[in-house]
Design a protein around this ligand. Structure first.
Ligand SMILES: Cc1ncc(C[n+]2csc(CCOP(=O)(O)OP(=O)(O)O)c2C)c(N)n1
Length: 278
């Protein structure tokens, strides 16, 4: 079983390395989603390195918890985390988006590398997570399900259908995170189709809601895991306020880096800022 840690310095260092490697992979691929990968790093790293029951050496282990990346385009952050957790060698990250690579631009179900569900067509991950959570309940198992949605997915009707199902089915083994980076494909959500008040909407749909003012604050993320486990009879969601492009000044809150990989010069700047020579 993976040995989790609550040592914040260890988790911060993993997050730094995960950022470096996902940026190198995107740079090599010359395409992919930079901003929305960087905004999710602390959430995904905390889930895998501090919270989930899983075993990279035995990815089919029945007792494992599950993580579903509903915002599938952010998968470079997940691949990098999985590699650092030991699911596969980090050198494979450099095959991102290549023909025949296991690491496609959107995740494809492959337990060998720790991918629990194919995602990328936005708006479906929570339904997948609901099904898993319900199955575990019906089987009397204590596995937990973690799912990461984007805020853009909250503009989709299918997501709200899933949100009503989770509470109707009392899925208290389900913990969702919303990567609330306030950007979508073509710019700021507030300029395109605002979704506020996000927390009140989830609450009205029967969820226990936690607002996380800083979704990059690892100790605060760890506290939400603890709280989630105390809530009985309903699902739990964390609205994590994040920064699109987090960690690299030239990418932060810059809508144009949604689906653009770092150039040579940009990678050099990024690696320098992240404390790694190019
Ligand atoms: C059903 C569907 N429609 C459109 C797209 C194309 N697409 C990719 S990312 C994205 C939106 C990006 O914004 P958000 O979902 O908030 O992601 P983040 O800002 O976290 O990267 C869209 C529309 C898609 N992947 N799936």
């Amino acid at each position: 079983m993976f040995k989790t840690t609550s040592d914040v310095n260890v988790l911060k260092e993993v997050a730094r390395k995960v950022r470096i490697d996902l940026l190198k992979a995107l740079h090599r691929a010359k395409s992919g989603h930079t901003g929305g990968s960087l905004s999710s790093v602390e959430i995904i790293v905390s889930i895998y390195f501090s919270e989930m029951r899983h075993d990279p050496g035995n990815p089919r282990w029945e007792d494992r918890d599950r993580f579903i990346l509903s915002k599938g385009h952010g998968v470079p952050a997940l691949y990098s985390t999985l590699a650092h957790a030991g699911y596969f060698d980090a050198s494979e990250l450099m095959t991102l988006r290549q023909l025949d690579s296991r690491l496609q631009g959107h995740p494809e179900y492959d337990l060998d590398i720790g991918i629990e569900a194919s995602t990328g067509s936005l708006g479906h991950g929570l339904s997948t997570a609901n099904g898993m959570a319900l199955a575990f309940k019906l089987d009397g198992r204590d596995n937990r399900i973690y799912v990461l949605l984007s805020d853009g997915e909250l503009q989709e009707g299918a997501t709200w259908e899933a949100i009503t199902s989770s509470s109707y089915r009392k899925l208290d083994n389900l913990c969702a995170f919303v990567d609330r980076n306030r950007f979508q494909n073509d710019g700021a959500m507030a300029d395109i189709k605002d979704i506020e008040p996000v927390d009140e909407k989830w609450r009205a749909f029967g969820w226990e809601v936690e607002n996380l003012p800083d979704g990059h604050d690892i100790p605060a993320i760890l506290k939400t895991f603890e709280k989630a486990k105390t809530v009985k009879g309903k699902p739990f969601v964390v609205i994590a306020n994040t920064v699109k492009g987090k960690g690299v000044s030239i990418f932060e809150n810059q809508g144009k880096y949604h689906g653009v990989a770092p150039s040579d010069e940009e990678l050099e700047i990024a690696l320098k800022e992240l404390g790694e020579a190019a």
